[in-house]
Design a protein around this ligand. Sequence first.
Ligand code: PEP
Ligand code: MN
Length: 271
Amino acid sequence: LMDRRSDLARGRLKIGEMTLGEQLLVIAGPCTIDPKNPNYFYETAAAVKEAGAQAIRGGVWKPRTNPYSYQGDNRSLDILMEGARRTGLPVDTEVMDEAQLALALDAGVTILQVGARNALNYSLLRAIGRAIAQRPEVSVLLKRSMHMGPLNEFISAAEYIAAFGNPNIMLCPRGTTPTLDGYRNHPDESATPLLKEKTWAAVVVDPSHSVGKAAYVPAASLAAVAYGADGLCIESHIEPQKGIGDDPKQAITPETLKTLISQARALWELK
Ligand code: PEP
Ligand code: MN
């Protein structure tokens, strides 16, 4: 399978204007779009673009641990796409079922996120693979489940999607449980070189969910780049304390992001 995909390897994957392997990809934006305050998203999207991000993330539908906390809102999809229009950048959002998948693709989302909780949801993975088989402009950010052990489980999950013909997958380590006490999860960016050895896919590390605290995100990001990551997916918000979802705890400001991106790109260039 790796051979079959060698002409479509991580070095050829295009995200908007950039090609993975030619530059470090940074996807940034809030954990969760607040449908009551769309300007937070628009202003954050503009600021992370200015900081150097080449794609914007923003949660429309959220897989919350607590069933009584905010679960997402279809109206946020319009806000996400308006952010894409204003910045001219591709957007990433999580889809948790086939209805959300159809809505996201119809709206023009080009980076579909599979969350950690659904990384082993084979029917969803198949549905995504089928839906994007003939859409080379669409890619998938596949999070590693927090409960995944051997890397083959993760690689097989990617295979479920790629088997339909679209190999545009970014494998995303995002921390596992049991946690490293003090962090939200156990940082797993060290999986990067192993994943790159064993697959055709790009590796885009999410330091935000891994450590779960804004103060530790820069170090975790640089560690990921040192391990050979092709990109980073970072939660950022212009006013983290006003955000919803994970933002008050783990979003960094666009100002911090800008410094981090310049350090991460300098380190990436050394390899
Ligand atoms: C997210 O990206 O906000 C998210 C919920 O991530 P994960 O699936 O890795 O927990
Ligand atoms: Mn989050």
